[in-house]
Design a protein around this ligand. Structure first.
Ligand SMILES: [Zn+2]
Ligand SMILES: [Zn+2]
Length: 156
């Protein structure tokens, strides 16, 4: 994965650059993500919050209900309301950037497919990419360098 990817909202009031490469990329097929996107799945690039340079605008957090009961805030452009990233579980140091808001979303392919128990039946998953009925253990899947960054992000 590469650093320096840029993206933004539909009206361009929000622009951002991923100063570092994401640690890992999720494709989530859960019902929450389907409902919140109005689509079959969401693609999220996991990256340290301080690895995102906000070049323009100030995405506003909106709290949404979750099946788990854990907090989930979706950050949206205050003008066009495009969702650019999420914060899960109140973990302010970590962002889930919506890959579809990148200028070149083809640059980041999913490293894992999760919650495929609710995958829409016509979606076919690629061979060779791990897929899980629910969630997975990052220690078994993430590259060592990403696990190291995760440790650093949580303060060791
Ligand atoms: Zn906008
Ligand atoms: Zn989901």
């Amino acid at each position: 994965m590469e650093a320096g990817l840029e993206g933004g909202c539909a009206c361009a009031a929000v622009r951002y650059r991923l100063a570092v490469a994401p640690m890992f990329v999720h494709c989530c097929h859960c019902r929450d993500c389907q409902r919140q996107t109005g689509s079959a799945f969401v693609i999220n690039a996991l990256i340290e919050t301080d690895g995102i340079a906000v070049l323009a605008g100030a995405p506003e957090p909106v709290a949404v209900p979750t099946d788990s009961g854990l907090p989930h805030r979706i950050f949206r452009c205050t003008t066009c309301r495009t969702a650019v990233w999420s914060e899960y579980g109140g973990r302010a140091v970590l962002r889930f950037v919506r890959v579809g808001t990148l200028d070149a979303p083809d640059k980041l392919a999913p490293d894992v497919h999760i919650y495929v128990r609710s995958k829409l039946p016509w979606v076919r998953l690629p061979e060779g990419v791990p897929a899980f009925a629910e969630y997975y253990d990052a220690r078994e899947l993430w590259p060592a360098a990403s696990l190291e960054r995760r440790r650093a992000m949580y303060g060791g």
